[in-house]
Design a binder for this molecule. Structure first.
Ligand SMILES: Cc1ncc(COP(=O)(O)O)c(C=O)c1O
Length: 464
């Protein structure tokens, strides 16, 4: 990396080219990016390339990537096994709106790794997958409403953007009567009213909700861990109890495995937690970064297609995505890639733990070693509202310091660190731990001096 050491608070990174690109991009792309989540203002990162577990921005700064594209890149950037296969297949043509063997093969592999899934269909994004899963659940049950948990992210369609990211936790409503809070404008009230918010790990609230409205609840959709809050874990037995509750009330259970699928285990969180949902959605790790996604589930539910429910998409099952899914899923099936990812995550966690224990800080690690978070809080967090009482100021300051030192976790204390197979190589784990330790020291020293901590991305980059 090209960071030059300065005394305070962190080394500075070269930024000139990115600053110029930001000015240029803002003229055509709102916020200078193609997603709100990448629009980091003056600190927006413009990437040049990635290889394995590393990325380089256009100023030549090198980082160990701990975002991995928000999770899809399970093997590593530019994985030649996947890229070569995709290249070979795409030369045969990409889009026909006809069905290729790659698509059939991809869904056969999905089913092989998730044996409870009888049938599945491809989409291009996780957003589409959750939208279609919700629709098919409504069609199958003849009911209108969907329950979702506060703080869980299921993509950017109207039905998913309820009670995701409040400005203040109080906006989510009373603990016993959470309100549906639309994230951003433009979501019709009539749509928002069909989504009922619940609180993760709170079975009593769920039961009351089901007792009150089950006649009109088609499904509950759940990220098996709270991926939008450092991967907060279910309490022991939570998923089993929720499964039983849904069966009692004839409500479908949708596991949103977009982050956890092909990551927690070959069979995703369903395998990991020993749950058989009715429907599941997949994306991210399924294609190692190519836009492969799918929804699938029990035979009689999926058999609503093609006759009774609308589903389509010009790019659904396109050759690039299907070939990427075939090769990625074959690798995950035939190699110990996921065991490597887990073991590597555990090594990083052990290093981080050692440093934090030595400081006597109150913290806990959340999630799964392949996708974990660090929460500065005395008690273990059990739901999204708990995030507000973490020391996220400290976390943000550490993340800023890590960027400046050449490792890039998301500079938002809600997003977990993502581990890929390539992170196992060379001295990557040691470097992550060293960088974390230095950033932690800097943040704590600054706080001890009574200084304000650099918030989120502030102060990570040199003035340009
Ligand atoms: C759990 C979950 N569901 C759905 C989505 C939406 O997927 P996509 O960004 O591919 O539309 C995401 C994306 O981060 C996710 O984490």
């Amino acid at each position: 990396m090209t960071a030059q050491s300065t005394t305070w608070p962190n080394p500075k990174l070269a930024r000139d080219r990115q600053a110029a690109m930001y000015r240029r991009a803002k003229a055509t792309l709102p916020g200078g990016t193609n997603s709100n989540f990448r629009a980091w203002g003056d600190d927006t990162v413009y990437v040049d390339r990635g290889k394995g577990g590393r990325v380089w921005d256009i100023d030549g700064n090198e980082y160990i990537d701990l975002r991995m594209g928000y999770g899809p890149v399970i093997l590593g950037h530019g994985d030649e096994r996947v890229d070569d296969y995709v290249n070979e297949r795409m030369r045969l043509g990409v889009s026909f709106s006809l069905t290729s063997e790659d698509e059939v093969r991809a869904m056969e592999l999905l089913r092989e790794l998730n044996p409870w899934v009888a049938k599945a269909r491809m989409t291009v994004s996780g957003t589409e997958a959750t939208m279609h899963a919700m629709r098919i659940a409504r069609a199958y049950t003849g009911r209108n409403k969907i329950v979702k948990f506060e703080g869980q992210y299921h993509g950017v369609h109207d039905y998913a953007l309820i009670s995701v990211l409040p400005n203040e936790m109080a906006d989510l409503g009373d603990q016993d009567n959470p309100v549906g809070l639309a994230w951003g404008r433009g979501i019709p009230e009539a749509v928002a009213r069909t989504i009922i918010p619940a609180r993760y790990n709170n079975l009593e609230l769920l039961r009351r909700l089901f007792e009150r409205e089950a006649d009109d609840i088609a499904a509950i959709i759940v990220e098996p861990v709270l991926g939008n809050a450092q991967g907060i874990l279910p309490r022991p037995g939570f998923h089993q109890a929720m499964r039983a509750l849904t069966e009692e009330f004839g409500i479908l259970l949708i596991f949103d495995e977009v982050k956890t699928g092909f990551r927690f285990a070959r069979g995703g969180a369903a395998e990991y937690f020993g749950i058989t949902p009715d429907l599941a959605t997949y994306a991210k790790a399924m294609g190692n970064g190519y836009p492969a996604a799918a929804f699938g589930g029990r035979e009689e539910v999926m058999d609503m297609l093609p006759g009774k429910v609308s589903h389509g998409g010009t790019y659904a099952g396109n050759r690039v995505a299907a070939a990427a899914a075939v090769k990625t899923l074959e690798i995950l099936r035939d190699t110990d890639a996921l065991a490597t990812v887990k073991a590597t995550g555990e090594r990083i966690q052990a290093g981080v733990r050692g440093l934090l224990d030595a400081k006597g800080l109150a913290y806990h690690l959340t999630g799964h070693p392949s996708m974990f978070g660090i929460m500065f809080r005395e008690e273990v967090a059990t739901e999204y509202r708990d995030w507000a009482t973490t020391d996220h100021e400290l976390y943000d300051a550490i993340a800023v310091g890590m960027h400046a030192r050449g490792a890039m976790p998301e500079p938002d204390s809600r997003e977990p660190w993502f581990v890929c197979e390539a992170h196992a190589q060379g001295d990557t784990v040691d470097r992550i731990v060293t960088i974390f330790g230095e950033s932690l020291d800097t943040a704590l020293e600054q706080r001890a001096r009574g200084g304000s901590l650099p918030h989120e991305r502030e102060a990570a980059y040199a003035d340009s």
